[in-house]
Design a protein around this ligand. Sequence first.
Ligand code: TYC
Length: 118
Amino acid sequence: MATKLPKSLPFQPIEPVESDGTVVLERRTQRTKPPQMYQVVMLNDDYTPMEFVVMVLQEFFSKDLETSTRIMLKIHLEGKAVCGVYSRDVAATKVDRVLDAANKAGHPLKCFCEPAAS
Ligand code: TYC
């Protein structure tokens, strides 16, 4: 009589089943890919105060003062920088919060998220 195996097992029987009824199992390679991650990119402009950008990086991206200052200066000098890499929902929420805070403070600060290299 054939041995029934639950479908959820991460093994597959290799044919044929041995004559003594032994089932040889082979481990399947993992098929699920890790989820796509998204990076939040912040853009330079001529009007947003440096202190505000540093505050945003500390507040919304949990960076310390030194890291925030370094990222802000990179944006200022190179035009843009990645502030962090997150799952899609978290990245989108960070963008919303930054744009909302900038709007409320009257600054033109812009950022967006995009798929990160995988
Ligand atoms: N360039 C701005 C200034 O000189 C500072 C700045 C840095 C603005 C980073 C935006 O994402 C930014 N006040």
